[in-house]
Each structure stands twice: as C-alpha cells, then as structure tokens.
Design a protein around this ligand. Structure first.
Ligand SMILES: [Zn+2]
Length: 433
C-alpha cells in the first residue's frame, strides 16, 4: 500500500508542479508546453459514440467480475449439494484402489461437469459479448475449438496438481497449506517455463519478426538493455480479435517478447517502439519473478484460509454433501467455492499489484523508446477495450493497467521534462499523414 500511496503522491506532484514552473520561467520566451493541455488534446480525441462504447464495454466488465464469481460459486455449490461430488469420489474409488490416484481421477468428472455447467456463461462473456462490441474477428466454431483445447489442457494438468495437493494434505494435515503453496508454485513455474513453447503455439503461429528498420530499432533497444534480441516474436492474433497487444512470457531460457500482428499492422513505427519499450521494461525489471512471488504469497494465504474453514464446513454440511473430511477428494468443490470468494475479494489488490508493475514498465518504456507521443497514441488506441478516463478509486479497484488518461499524462509529463523545446502534438492531424 505504501508504494501505491507514494505513486499517488508522485502523480499529484507531476500534475501540479512542473506546469507552474514552466509558466513562471518561460511564459515570456517561448510558447509553453502545458502538460495538462497536451494531455487533453489526446484524451479529447475519444468522444461521442466511440467514448460511450468504450465506457460501456469496460464498465460492464465490473459486473462480470461479480457475476463470474457467482457462477463459479454456484457451480461448486451445485456439485456439492446434488451429492455429485460424493458420486465422483465413489466412482474414483471403484476404478482404483490406489489412494493417491483417486483425487486425480475424481477431477475428471468434476472438470467435465463444471465446464458444462459454466458453458452458457463462458459463451456469453467469451463470445457473444465480444461480438456485440465488435472486438472479435473469429467465428463461433473456431472460438469454441480453442475453448475445447483449453479444456483438454486442464484435463491433462489439473489432475496432477490435485494428486500432489491431496498427497500433502494426507502427509501433513496441519501444515499442508504451506507445502501446498510450494506445490502450486512449482506448477506455476513449470507452466510459465513451458507455456510459450508448448501451449501458446496451440492457439497462434509465432514467427521471428521480419527484417527491416523497425526490427533494427527494436533489436538496438533490446541490446541497450542486454535483452537477447533473438527472442522477439510476432504472432497472428488478428485471427482472434483486432486488439493491439504485446507481452513478455516464459522464464529463463524460454523468456521472450511477443508482439501481435495487429500492433504491427495498425500502428505507426513510433507506437510500436513505445510498446516495445514498455515490454522490455517488464523483462528488464524482472516482473516475472516479482509476480510469481506475489502470487505465491496470495496462494499461501488462500490455502491457509481453506485449511481452517473447510473442516468447519464439513463438520456442519458434510453429511448433507457426502463429504467425509478434508483429505476426501469430494471436498474439492469446497476448496473451489472458497477460492472463488477469496479471489473475488482480492481482485482490487491483485489489480493494483499488476497496475504498479505496468506503471513501472510504462516509465521504463518512455525512458527507453523516447517516444512520448507514440506512447500517448497507443494509450488512446487501447480505449477500444479499456475505459479512457476513470475516477481515481475506479482505476484503483478495476484497472490492471494504468488508464489511457493516466498514461497520456505520464507521457506528456515525461515529454515536458526530457524533450528540449517540446511542442503539443495534435494526434488527429498526425493520424492522417
Ligand atoms: Zn505491460
């Protein structure tokens, strides 16, 4: 929280202080560069119907967090209350006498039934709503195909995780939550290590970025920061949607930066450079590790709460549900609904942790690419799916990235401090060049 507080303070100083000094010192000499005015020029390019559409899409998403948690909770509750969970366990016990294997088998019907029960919700939020806002370029068939691939992956991986978790529950009934955190962290680590190599290519084609001026510039930026430039990929995300995007993924030998083709095709070289500066920031600032340790801490607390609450719920409702104790695989939906509540409650904290990283990467990107106007333009383009100018509390609760307005202001502030004789750029005119 201290860090957030410091950032808010820094933001206030940025907004107020330099504009005043600029006015005081240079008003008589040259046309002044007013940060707020320069920012407004950008922010005000989004108006009318486009602004309404952007706000309504993103604000609707606030409710989806709540409904999504309710759907997750209800699915697990139904599986318990209908005694399906007890039946899945009985089935697993009939199939194998190996006790360690039973939780793994249990997860198969559990995942299948959960997938089917949540399907209407998945289709509405993942497909229809995206289509409704014209953010989707995929047909329902290929979209659903990807959902099935994702589901099959979970059928392959989740049973292994659950076997490991129930093994530590049986071996260390008091401290299993701590060992369980270790187990989850190992799975997370393996997933991050192998994800870019084995999972991402199931959904998109990844190719080396084409040779040319832009690539040379990115390679130079990467080299300045000791990032191996052979790890820059372009992937064909335009087959799924038209959003511009880039990311850092992998760990150690598999770490890489990937740009989607929308970014390359829909934006100018200065914008691509600005985005790459940001992505290099994630890479250089070690955000992968920071996030992994934070997630591990969050999971530790979640599992600790589960280890304390589950036995009480079982004591009270166990007969009704047919769940015997915490080491019974049939208790898995109890874990599930508690985790759903926990992560729902933790949403603002998780968003803020992510947003702080993103803001750090933004600043790194400005210092590296030195393209404040390119960065401001990209920030405006992201309004396609992110509300451009939220209130401060709204931004704190719901934003995983700084809002467009915050980013434009940061860019203009950077420009005021780092560019000699800065000029206000009118993006509307530039766009037509
Ligand atoms: Zn980022």
């Amino acid at each position: 929280m201290m860090k957030i507080f410091a950032m808010v303070l820094a933001g206030l100083v940025f907004l107020v202080f330099p504009t005043e000094t600029v006015f005081a010192q240079e008003a008589a000499v040259a046309p002044t560069f007013d940060v707020e005015q320069a920012s407004r020029v950008y922010i005000d390019t989004l108006k009318g119907e486009a602004l309404e559409k952007s706000n309504s899409y993103f604000e609707g998403g606030y409710w989806l967090i709540l409904w999504g948690a309710m759907v997750g909770f209800l699915v697990d509750f139904l599986i318990l209350q209908s005694r399906l969970s007890a039946r899945f366990r009985n089935w697993a016990q009939r199939v194998t006498k190996k006790r360690w294997l039973q939780p793994g088998l249990y997860t198969l019907p559990y995942l299948i039934v959960g997938f089917i029960l949540a399907l209407p919700w998945t289709i509405y939020t993942g497909f229809f709503r995206e289509k409704q806002y014209d953010l989707m370029s995929q047909g329902v068939g290929s979209w659903f195909g990807e959902q099935v691939i994702g589901f099959l992956l979970s059928l392959a991986i989740f049973p292994l995780l659950i076997i490991a978790i129930f093994t530590v529950i049986r071996r260390a009934p008091k401290t299993w939550w701590l060992w369980g955190t270790g187990v989850v962290s190992i799975f997370l680590f393996i997933g991050m290590l192998l994800g870019p190599v084995f999972i991402s290519p199931l959904f998109n084609d990844y190719n080396d970025m084409e040779k040319g001026q832009l690539r040379d510039r990115i390679v130079a930026m990467a080299a300045d920061n000791n990032v191996p430039a052979d790890n820059i990929y372009v992937f064909n995300q335009s087959r799924q949607h038209k959003r511009i995007s880039a990311n850092v993924s992998g760990v150690g030998p598999t770490i890489r930066i990937s740009l989607n083709d929308n970014l390359l095709e829909r934006t100018s070289p200065e914008e691509v450079a600005a985005v790459m500066g940001h992505e290099l920031g994630h890479y250089v600032l070690g955000h992968t590790w920071r996030l992994v340790s934070i997630i591990a801490a969050i999971i530790a607390l979640g599992l600790f709460l589960i280890s304390r609450i589950t036995p009480r719920l079982i004591a009270r409702y166990g007969d009704r549900w047919g769940v015997r104790d915490i080491a019974d695989p049939a208790a898995l939906p109890v874990f599930g609904l508690l985790l759903t509540l926990y992560f729902f409650a933790a949403t603002p904290a998780l968003n803020t942790l992510t947003r702080v990283n993103e803001s750090d990467a933004d600043l790194f990107g400005l210092n590296t690419a030195k393209e404040p106007d390119g960065f401001a333009k990209v920030a405006m383009r992201l309004s396609e799916y992110r509300k451009i100018e939220p209130g401060p509390i709204e931004e704190m609760l719901f934003f995983t990235h700084p809002s467009g307005a915050t980013r434009v202001r940061m860019a203009m502030e950077w420009k005021a401090q780092n560019i000699e004789n800065p000029q206000i750029v009118k993006p509307g005119l530039l766009e037509q060049e």
